[in-house]
Design a protein around this ligand. Structure first.
Ligand code: FAD
Ligand code: EPU
Length: 283
């Protein structure tokens, strides 16, 4: 456990409170503020939690420690006008995208509406058709094998919703290179991205459940298969967009998992194999 001088906070939590889908059982949460805390937290098996916006956590929770980067890894308030900037991995993207717009810096517009923190966005190479994190990512600092290391972005094999990090690596900081623009032009790009999101539901979800197959949209395919409104308990395929699975209120992880498998098997019977975009914990 953390020593009296360590700022690490350890407590048992319901992971439902730390995910956007709002399902999942208990785990021991280690909220760390520094390298010593990371070293202590990772001395037993662990998982790393970002904004919890791409996770389906089992109703039984997870037996591993769940490591979360605390406030000292959140730089959004210090983000200014610099084009080439190191930012902490707990920095929330929504605030970052807005700060860049106000500073007249372009490059992050495609990430508008992604409710991630920077480390999770690196791990998933988050993005939309308007741009991905990899467009601006230059370098990452990772905690791996008990110490901090820097890796250039071109060693992460970044592609659609994918980054290859060393096993067990925790992204602690990332260096982004933005492009000088002006607030009005950045705002115009943001408006386009915002418009593309208008059809997406506002109810609790973890974004798109499945990756798009090459050249198509999983949402379109699920819609064409007539699966909107399909429901297990309080988990439902959204009417607004077929690739969003919603928690209408009291869904369990088991409801959500059954729905995912049902959608997948119905699509498989039409010849389409859908790959999950979500990360499953504890199944
Ligand atoms: P988490 O969900 O907490 O974790 C995701 C994975 O990253 C896990 O495997 C976790 O272990 C790993 N991870 C997290 N932090 C770190 C770290 N510091 N170091 C190493 N690994 C780490 N995604 C898109 O790409 N585009 C979209 O348009 C989009 N729209 C969304 C809209 C909504 C309403 C929601 C709820 C989600 C949406 N998503 C979208 C999905 C999600 O926001 C992204 O996948 C995002 O990158 C997840 O980041 P996170 O910080 O929430 O990570
Ligand atoms: N469509 C339908 N029915 C639906 C959903 C979509 O017919 O139920 C059609 C649309 O009309 C459009 C096409 O499918 O012609 C594509 O739809 P959309 O523009 O919504 O894009 P998408 O491919 O379904 C992707 C990302 C989203 C991202 C949007 C906006 C994936 C899996 N999804 O959705 O990312 O926000 O583009 O750029 O890549 C996420 O990854 O979690 C996510 C939400």
């Amino acid at each position: 456990m953390s020593g009296s001088s360590s700022p690490t906070k350890v407590r048992t939590v319901s992971l439902a409170d730390f995910t956007t889908l709002k399902v999942g059982g208990e785990a021991e949460l280690w909220e760390v503020e520094d390298e010593a805390g990371l070293r202590e937290a990772t001395s037993e098996p662990y998982r790393i939690l970002g904004g919890g916006s791409n996770l389906l956590v089992s109703d039984d929770g997870v037996p591993e420690r769940v490591v979360r980067l605390g406030r000292s890894f959140n730089d959004v308030r210090s983000f200014g006008a610099s084009e080439d900037v190191w930012l902490g991995a707990a920095t929330p993207l929504p605030g970052l995208v807005r700060r860049a717009q106000r500073a007249g810096l372009s490059g992050l517009e495609g990430l508008l509406g992604v409710p991630a923190v920077l480390g999770g966005a690196v791990a998933m190479n988050a993005g939309t058709r308007f741009g991905e994190l990899s467009d601006t990512l230059q370098e990452v600092e990772v905690f791996v094998s008990g110490g901090l290391e820097r890796l250039p972005a071109d060693q992460l094999d970044l592609s659609y919703r994918r980054a290859v990090l060393p096993p067990g690596a925790i992204v602690t900081r990332a260096r982004l290179r933005l492009t000088r623009s002006d607030p009005e032009s950045v705002e115009r790009k943001l408006a386009l991205v915002d418009e593309a999101r208008h059809g997406q539901p506002k109810v609790k979800s973890a974004g798109c459940a499945f990756q798009n197959p090459p050249g198509d949209s999983a949402g379109r395919l699920i819609d064409a298969a007539g699966l909107k409104g399909l429901r297990f308990g309080d988990a439902m395929v959204a009417h607004e967009h077929g690739n969003f699975i919603l928690n209408l209120g009291n869904a369990t992880a088991s409801d959500v998992r059954q729905l995912v498998e049902e959608v997948r098997s119905r699509l498989a019977s039409t010849g389409t194999d859908l790959a999950l975009e979500w990360r499953l914990w504890g199944f």
